[in-house]
Design a protein around this ligand. Structure first.
Ligand SMILES: O=C(O)CCC(=O)C(=O)O
Ligand SMILES: [Fe+2]
Length: 340
């Protein structure tokens, strides 16, 4: 069975808690050291997921299915309970013994000889859904490298750094949207200030007036389709920004790429933009190496605070994956297995 009893009894982990900590930012759990050591050992020989993704997933699935109950319970609750937090932060995960330089152009790392970090993000991701990619994002890669790119400092995208990257629904302008995304930190930025920040739908609903909420629930908003997908100035179909009951709201929003389609919808969009810019509604997480955050792309929007890269090979480096519970909806435009 699982090692919960031994974890609790073990003197080395006596102060360790298997409970979920609920914070306004995220639900938080931390892997016990014994599990971390075992998983690190088991993941050392994993082959490259950049070559044979499905083989690697098959290889690692049993290892993650065997995680202690407290870990799987938290992940299961995140994926199944509508009232659960929109973010689950998991700490103390296995890391590679050595890392090459942070990929300078956000491409596949060169010289990475172990794939522990990739296995961690894929193995945890597999517990909540199926990983997939887009031909127009990171060249169709399934495991993305998020790192600052020289010359792209001002970009409001994962390649940027100096600009603040406004709150957004991940890939919201596309016809098939990730249910979840996962970020796993390999390196933090040197000043330790590059916070991923979250704006939760339930906080938004709590702080807007009823008339604004009503306007945001109408299908009077469009999101710009990224250039790499649709060309210049292509917009999604018009949809509501807020959906579902106000006790369990869903949000679809992008501060930097959204427009109202009616004059009445405009002030509501402006009110929302003012609110999401308010630091008191933004919950920051400065991810540390070995920390992973699972985000529910319906309950929460996310962005990133500015930071200063050094471009010396030691810059901030995250992996990212996109996950869906089901890939069926994309079948008519799928470009390949797991690829849209
Ligand atoms: O760099 C981050 O913390 C998040 C960037 C982001 O929004 C993303 O990669 O989807
Ligand atoms: Fe994002």
């Amino acid at each position: 069975m699982d090692s919960l009893a031994s974890v609790v009894a073990s003197p080395s982990t006596a102060s360790f808690s298997t409970k979920i900590e609920h914070t306004p930012t995220a639900a938080v759990i931390s892997l016990d050291d014994e599990t971390k050591a075992r998983l690190s050992r088991d993941l050392r020989a994993v082959s490259s997921p950049y070559e044979k993704l499905d083989e690697v997933i098959l290889q690692i699935e049993p290892l993650f299915a065997a995680l202690p109950t407290y870990v799987r319970r938290a992940i299961r609750r995140f994926a199944t309970e509508p009232g659960f937090e929109g973010a689950l932060l998991i700490k103390n995960l296995p890391q590679d013994e050595a890392l090459p330089e942070t990929p300078p152009r956000g491409k596949r790392p060169v010289g990475k000889v172990t794939f522990v970090s990739e296995a961690v993000i894929l193995g945890i991701g597999q517990l909540v859904g199926h990983v997939f990619g887009y031909t127009g994002e990171k060249e169709g890669e399934m495991v993305h490298q998020i790192a600052p790119v020289r010359g792209r400092e001002k970009a409001a995208s994962n390649e940027g750094s100096g600009a603040d990257f406004g709150p957004h629904t991940e890939c919201g302008g596309l016809p098939i949207i990730p249910t979840y995304l996962s970020l796993y930190c390999l390196r933090a930025d040197s000043a330790n200030t590059a916070a991923t920040f979250l704006v939760h739908a339930r906080d938004v609903v709590e702080r807007l007036d009823p008339a604004t909420i009503e306007a945001l629930q109408k299908p009077h908003f469009q999101m710009r389709v990224p250039e790499s997908f649709g060309g210049i100035d292509v917009w999604s179909e018009a949809k509501p920004i807020l959906r579902g009951g106000l006790d369990l709201p869903e949000i679809w929003y992008n501060r930097d790429a959204m427009r109202a389609t009616t004059p009445e919808a405009e002030p509501a969009l402006e009110a929302l933009s003012r609110l999401t810019a308010d630091p008191s509604i933004q919950h920051g997480i400065v991810l540390q190496p070995g920390e992973l955050v699972l985000l529910d792309n319906r309950k929460t929007t996310h962005g990133r605070q500015p930071f200063t890269p050094r471009y010396d090979g030691t810059d901030r480096w995250l992996h990212r994956i996109y996950l869906r519970r089901d890939l069926w909806e994309g079948r008519t435009f799928a470009k390949g297995p797991r690829l849209f």
